[in-house]
Design a protein around this ligand. Structure first.
Ligand SMILES: [Zn+2]
Length: 272
């Protein structure tokens, strides 16, 4: 049984196929798909999608790429929606939040400051509700770490991890898991593949980030959550273990870091 810890299943690239894609993934053994929100406008959509498929759960948050259009009032809306979602068994985290210092427009001083403000305010919401966070970290590893140390959420995932071994260790020490996906399937991705091979397996979760970050065999096509077992098989090969081991350990890691995640239908959970 596999878990896709980061999938934008509501993205327009999926058209009206979102539920079909979830079913296709379920058929490949993907028992749970975590669907992060990106802006207040898609909060109801990700919640509805997670409820409508058998293998979905969701997070609420404002993505750094959506910060330019976000307003102060969106933080009030987010806090309100999170408070209400605490009663929803499919609500698992704050996300997607973070800092993107790669896209030029987002690195201008005023926008950098606005990103940091929205990131910190959302970390406070996560902390106040005892929730983990799903984090987008692009060219911003050390700045993200600094703010997470100051306003500590209940752990979370550094999604599409692309930092150094030292930065990986800093996240692990703060109770985070590191998300690995399609990037690790490219033989030229030496650093990511080395970390995927050498970090403790207990610190790794799998993700597609679909429709983005397609694995090598799909690139440049649209990524989808049914790719998780094949991505997991690459991790198994890099580490010299079986795919079954990778599935069991990474799924356990996902459940440990996202403890609100609902049980998988037909699969007995340890604590049931
Ligand atoms: Zn994302």
């Amino acid at each position: 049984m596999w878990i896709d810890t980061h999938c934008h299943l509501d993205a327009h690239e999926f058209g009206n196929e979102s539920a079909a894609q979830a079913a296709l993934a379920a058929g490949q053994g993907v028992g749970m798909i975590v669907i992060p929100a990106v802006e207040t406008a898609n909060f109801a959509i990700v919640a509805g999608l997670a409820a409508s498929i058998g293998n979905g759960c969701y997070a609420l948050g404002i993505h750094p790429i959506y910060v330019p259009n976000a307003q102060e009032d969106d933080l009030r809306v987010l806090r309100e929606r999170v408070a209400a979602a605490m009663a929803d068994a499919r609500f698992v985290a704050l996300g997607e939040i973070g800092l993107d210092f790669f896209i030029p427009m987002l690195t201008e001083p005023a926008m950098r400051e606005k990103q940091i403000y929205f990131f910190r305010e959302q970390l406070k919401i996560a902390r106040d509700f005892g929730l983990p966070v799903l984090m987008h970290v692009r060219r911003s590893q050390d700045v993200v770490l600094k703010h997470v140390r100051q306003i500590a959420p209940a752990g979370g995932i550094a999604h599409a991890f692309n930092g150094s071994a030292q930065q990986a260790q800093a996240y692990i020490d703060l109770g985070f898991k590191l998300g690995f996906g399609g990037a690790m399937t490219f033989t030229r991705a030496l650093q990511i593949r080395r970390l995927a091979a050498e970090l403790p397996l207990e610190s790794i979760v799998l993700e597609t980030d679909a429709p983005d970050i397609s694995p090598a065999w799909v690139h440049p096509g649209r990524n989808s959550p049914d790719q998780i077992p094949r991505i997991g098989a690459v991790l198994a090969e890099l580490r010299g273990v079986t795919a079954q081991q990778v599935a069991a350990v990474t799924s356990g890691n996902a459940r440990a870091v996202l403890p609100r995640m609902p049980g998988i239908a037909g699969v007995r959970q340890e604590n049931d």
